[in-house]
Design a binder for this molecule. Sequence first.
Ligand code: HEM
Length: 467
Amino acid sequence: MDRADLTPDLRGSKLAAAPGPRLTRSRSGAILDLTHAQVSLTGRKQMSSTVNASLDDRLAAWFDGDPVAIAEGDAMWREVRETAPVYRFGATTLITRYDLVKELVHDNARFSSDHSRKGSRADAAFAALTTDEERQAFREVMRFESHFMNRNDAPEHRRLRGSASAALTPRRVKQVTDAIEGHAQASLELLSGAGEDVVDLIPFSYELPLRVICDLIGVPAEDRLKIRDWGVALSKNRHGTKAKELVGSYHAWLEFLEYVAHLIERYQASADGADQLVTMLMNAHGTDRLDPEEIASLFVMLLQGGHETTSNLIAIGTYHLLRTPGQWQALVDDPSLIPNAVEELLRYVAPAQTASRRSLVDTEIEGVEIRKEDTVIGSLTAANRDPAVFDDPEAVDVRRTDAKRHLAFSFGPHFCLGASLARAEANVALRTLTQAFPNLELPSEDVEWDGPWNLRRIVELPVSLGR
Ligand code: HEM
């Protein structure tokens, strides 16, 4: 294997060369073993193994978004669950057992959703910032994000969720859902247009949810690329733990706020504006009325919550269907299995990997002490593969009868507001792909993974269209 294949990060920090164990220091400082390194199909990046690193080092690397640790995240979470269902990891408590994760996300009385600007992880992130600019960005980004409904508890959460639900009228949602089919066909062009047999599936899986979320927000087609770029910058910020990404996200926020102000003006002046989400939110009465900053926050929340999650479900889900013998063919032969396949992929992929909370009280879970202000993170990945709930949980099975019990959309007051839209998109994506490319295949299972930790993704997914 050529050293030049290593990512710049890994190349720069290599501690030892072959023969013998190949060690490297990850971005987080964890020492990782590259002995089982493989070259990805594209040859652009190195996949390697972390198997010999300690669990805490792998967790540190995973939270740091290290591609090596991200690639092996599912096995790592299984190990965390098997080691202890409530696991102390530095300032954070990790919950991995299905029943405990369900209780955690449901119990907003003990565990607050306001976790990213307060609590042990937020305090550690803020303390690590080194410049005034970074600290200013932290405060401002956290202030914007404090309007996200998923960062609020009752009664404020009820107000924000109620306003959004009231504006997402059945008529509005139907308009958006009816258009998914057309967007899927248009996105398909990105695959078949080039006339190649082996193509990258990611542009398809990225484009379809982007179009849908832009429809929902009322973003005109010509502005979609701007939205995509802001979405990338915003989603890079992981609760302020990375200074550069935090500052980038702050600037994207400012631009996005300006854009939403422009959208409000535009729709208030136009005849068809009355039907747009932004106008409905602005014109609502009483407590349902949102101010422009709250509207911008809701849009960012919808964009962040609804775009990459759904893209990853489609891409990573298709990857697992193709690498598990018989699963793709089952959907080609019997499309009526697709809705259940979507549930199984939600279970298996868990596109939003975690749900975070902040403890409001001194308490304990399963005998493990949790102090007031501790950050507590539920792993939806680990819960969705808990053998106490799912038979043979590490297998992908589109005929699994209880797949729908997954926690991929969380549970309780914060259950995903876009679940039905995400399900509709994934159903249309799989129907479109199985119909267009019944012989779709993976030329290789080696793919390049990347973070951030909560939203891991496949960077390039080469597939053979088999036409
Ligand atoms: C496969 C795709 C998706 C997944 C896996 C997913 C996952 C989740 C999860 C796990 C939560 C709850 C987090 C918590 O308990 O703290 C959530 C909340 C939310 N999601 Fe989704 N989501 C997806 C798609 C969407 C889409 C398409 C939209 C919008 C159109 C959306 C909008 C929201 C909103 C607004 C919330 C906040 C709900 C609240 O706090 O009351 N999501 N989502």
